[in-house]
Design a protein around this ligand. Structure first.
Ligand SMILES: [Ca+2]
Ligand SMILES: [Ca+2]
Ligand SMILES: [Ca+2]
Ligand SMILES: [Ca+2]
Length: 493
């Protein structure tokens, strides 16, 4: 079917008022073009849309295998009045505005296996109002804005850009502002990609997006779809356009996901993006997710903070123990997110939190040394797993009682609230234990060749868990929830 334009407005109009006999219209194999290559069409065919649906009501339209280029929009759905359409295997490029546009009032269309590229605006625009626009397995890339754009405007027709997650559905936006997945980790092992995360704003509210279907893509990042991940986070992170479909996977009843699928050798685990589509029958598809660029970055510093109970200086030789000592071999201590940082004129950030000596001077058998290990999540993402394992030198004896508070309680944990938590030496319900190099376990990551003595003591403290993550300090309004320290004592043999 190929029809000349009836007017200079749309090239092909599917209009129930003049094609009412056709209940299952199929428009295929057309090439519709403005013939103008500069995206500034003002005359000739295809001024507005390559294909548009006009006022209808009974159409079951299939728009398949057409090549639509150099129009203002490739396909514009308008006035379908609830009749569902399938937009399938079309190639749409070089449009002045967007590849596909859903006007307010549209619903229950499927956009599948199309190639949509090089629009000046977004690949697909869903105006405020349309719902049930299922967008699946398309190749969307090199558009001037985001790949899929959910708008809150009605009759604006143009790309608004990224709509960050707010954690809930919102009927003022297209597709009810279905939130996109947030990829917390993306790891390639051999030919397997494992991706974990949740949909929405956080894992306490993500169940609003329970059981959604996720589609993962190799991302196209042409640098113009950056924006916040969550509303108000003030970040400017790259979100992908979904260029190459990889696989799909279902979120669980909490809106969380843990997906593994096969990828090519050498696959870049960060170069992915994803959409989420509701599976409750509403078929609302989200915008594309941020690429998994947000990482936790836990720094640790070990210092000597007392000798024989003296916190100010070593009683043997007066070496100071209560000052910040800059380690020239490490940048961990110079990170500007440690609390109470100040600038004393030297390069990098100096702080008065990570006090203590690196080299405490002279000690002798029988001396008691207090160690403090400071930690800080200096990254952008939460650390959901974190375990400090500190192997003690063979010449040191762990002191089982930190003080006289309670027996067999030799480890102190101080988190952001500043309240000391006394941890028992045993492996029990608290977060600390004393073990040995032989028993420390693989997740202590102690290299075998550094363990000539497997009976060496190892102090183990869990500083972060899924239930108790360590917040990343970057871009946090208050970084004081990102750090803490553990403390214990040993005696020199
Ligand atoms: Ca783009
Ligand atoms: Ca948007
Ligand atoms: Ca340093
Ligand atoms: Ca314990």
């Amino acid at each position: 079917m190929r029809r000349a334009s009836r007017s200079s407005y749309e090239s092909v109009v599917l209009n129930a008022s003049n094609v009412t006999i056709v209940k299952d219209l199929k428009l295929t194999n057309n090439e519709i073009t403005s013939g103008v290559s500069d995206n500034s069409v003002t005359t000739g065919a295809c001024i507005r849309s390559g294909i548009t649906t006009a006022t209808g009501g009974t159409l079951r339209t299939t728009i398949e295998n057409n090549y639509l280029h150099k129009c203002a929009w490739g396909i514009e759905m308008n006035g379908s009045n609830g009749a569902s359409a399938t937009i399938f295997k079309n190639t749409i490029d070089t449009t002045k505005n967007s590849g596909i546009m859903m006007n307010s009032g549209e619903k229950n269309h499927t956009i599948e296996l199309n190639v949509i590229s090089r629009s000046l605006g977004a690949g697909i625009v869903i105006e405020g109002g349309p719902t049930g626009i299922k967008i699946t397995k398309n190749s969307i890339y090199r558009n001037g804005s985001v790949g899929i754009d959910l708008n809150d405007h009605i009759a604006a027709y143009l790309s608004e850009g990224l709509t960050p997650n707010n954690g809930s559905l919102d009927n003022t936006f297209g597709n009810q502002r279905m939130n996109y997945p947030v990829i917390m980790s993306s790891v390639v092992t051999g030919n397997l990609l494992r991706v974990k995360g949740f949909i929405g704003k956080d894992i306490t509210t993500s169940k609003a997006f329970a059981n959604a279907n996720l589609e993962f893509f190799i991302a196209d990042d042409d640098g113009n779809q950056n924006g916040e991940v969550f509303v108000g986070d003030l970040r400017n992170k790259p979100h992908g356009e979904g260029k190459t479909y990889l696989n799909s996977c279902a979120a669980d009843a909490n809106g969380e996901f843990d997906c593994t699928f096969t990828v090519a050798t050498g696959f870049n685990s960060r170069n992915i993006t994803a959409t989420a589509t509701t599976t409750d029958g509403s078929n609302n598809t989200s915008e594309f997710s941020a690429s998994p660029m947000l990482r936790a970055n836990v720094l640790m510093i070990k210092r000597i903070t007392a000798i024989n109970g003296n916190i100010l200086k070593n009683p043997n030789d007066d070496t100071p123990l209560h000052e910040f000592v800059e380690d020239p071999t490490s940048t961990h201590d110079n990170n500007c997110s440690w609390p109470l940082s100040y600038d004393n004129g030297t390069p990098g950030c100096i702080n008065d939190y990570t006090i203590g000596a690196i080299d405490a001077g002279k000690v002798q058998p029988g001396d008691e040394i207090e160690y403090t290990i400071y930690y800080l999540n200096a990254g952008e993402n939460k650390a959901f797993q974190g375990r400090i394992c500190d192997r003690l030198n063979t010449n040191l004896t762990f002191q089982p009682n930190f003080d006289s508070v309670s027996p067999n309680t030799g480890i102190v944990l101080v988190e952001n609230d500043g309240v000391p938590k006394y941890l028992t030496n045993g492996a029990d319900s608290d977060r600390g234990q004393l073990t040995t190099a032989a028993l420390a376990g693989a997740n202590c990551n102690l290299a075998a060749n550094t363990l000539p003595n497997l009976s060496d003591n190892v102090v183990v403290v869990d500083i972060a868990s899924t239930a108790n993550p360590l917040i990343g300090s970057i871009n946090q309004v208050n970084s004081t929830v990102s750090h803490g320290y553990i403390r214990f004592k040993v005696k020199v043999k």
